[in-house]
Design a protein around this ligand. Sequence first.
Ligand SMILES: *Cc1c(COP(=O)(O)O)cnc(C)c1O
Length: 382
Amino acid sequence: MIPYGRQHITQADIDAVTEVLQSDFLTQGPAVPAFEQRLAELTSAKHAVAVNSATSALHIACLALGIGPGSRVWTSPISFVASANCARYCGADVDFVDVEPDSGNMAVDKLRQKLEAARSSDSLPQLVIPVHLAGSSCDMQQIHYLAKEFGFAIIEDASHAVGASYQDEPVGSCRYSDITVFSFHPVKIITTAEGGMALTNNAGLADKMRLLRSHGISRDESQMTEPSHGAWYYQQLLLGFNYRMTDLQAALGLSQSRRLLPIIQKRQLLAANYHRLLADLPLSLPQLDDINISAWHLFIVRLDDKSKRQAVFNGLRDAGIGVNVHYIPIHTQPYYQQLGFDWGDLPVAEDFYERIISLPMYPELTGEQQQYVADTLAELLQ
Ligand SMILES: *Cc1c(COP(=O)(O)O)cnc(C)c1O
C-alpha cells in the first residue's frame, strides 16, 4: 500500500537519537533547548516551547491566553478535532467559522459576518484559531486586522505548515498572531514521533507555557513568593501538566529540521508533478502560489461530482493507494453534536468534505508512483 503520508528517516536521524541514548539525559537535557532554538531561528519567532504533542501545545497556548470557563473560542470545522478540543479542555465554548470552498481554510468574509453578529449579541470570541489546512497559510493579515477591530487573540494551528511561508515570512514568525503551534507527528512535515511546539514573540506567554508544560513548577527565584530554601527548592505556582518533550524526541526533531528546506522543495516538486498529471481530470486542484508557499503536508483534490467520491476512494484503496479524507467536519462529530451542532450548520465545510480525497504526499514518493495514482484516478473517474 502506498500510504498518504510517511516519515522520512535518515542515518543522521538514527545517529542523533542513539547519541542521546548513550548520554546522561534522556529527558530534560540539552537537546530540547537546542531544538527550540533551532525552530525559533527557522521561524524568526522570539520564543519556542517544545512539548509532547501539538494537542498539548494548543492546550497550554489557550491557558496562557487566559481561556477558561465562559470563554468563547472559534476555529475551523475542516481540521483535526484537536483544534477545537483544546478550548473544551479549558472549559470554554467552541464555535466554528465556515471555510473557503477552494482552500478549505477559514473564510475571512465569514469570520467578519460572524463577528458582526456576535458583537450585536454581545458574544464576541476571546480567541480565534485559524488552521493552515494542508500546509497553506490562512489569510493571516486580514484575520489580524479583524483581531484588532473586534479584540480577540489568535493561535495559528500550523500543524501542517512547518516550513511554509506567508508574505515571504516563515509560518511561525507570529507576525499576525499571539502563538503559533506546530505538530511533529510522523505524517507531518518533520517528526519527533510524537511532539509539538508553541512559538511566540511574547516573553510572558512563553514563560507561562513553560510553567504549564511542567506541573506549574519553577526553579527561577525571581518567580517565587518567598526566598529560596536552598539548591533543592522549587515552587509550584499554578496547576500545570507533564507535557514535556524528551531529549530523544528533540534530537530527532533537530536532525530532521536540518533537512527542512530540501523536504519542502521535494514536496513542492511532487505537488507540481500532480498538477501536471491531473490537469485534465474532472476535479479541482489546490492552488500553487508564489506569495504563500505551502509546506504541502497534504495534497487534497476536490471531485467535480461528489456522488463519485465513495467509489473513487474505494477504487484507489483497492489499487493499493492509501488515500485519506482531511477532514470530517468537527462539528458533525457525535461529541460536538451533543453540544448542539449539527449537519447543515456549516454548508461550505460540509460540501468540501463530501468531495475531497487526500492523495499520497511524502518525500520518498516517486514519480512512477504518482503516475500510477494519476492513471488509477483517471480510470476511476471515467
Ligand atoms: C496533527 C494535528 C494536530 C494534533 O497534532 P498532535 O501532534 O498529534 O497532537 C492538531 N491540529 C491539526 C490541524 C493537525 O493536523
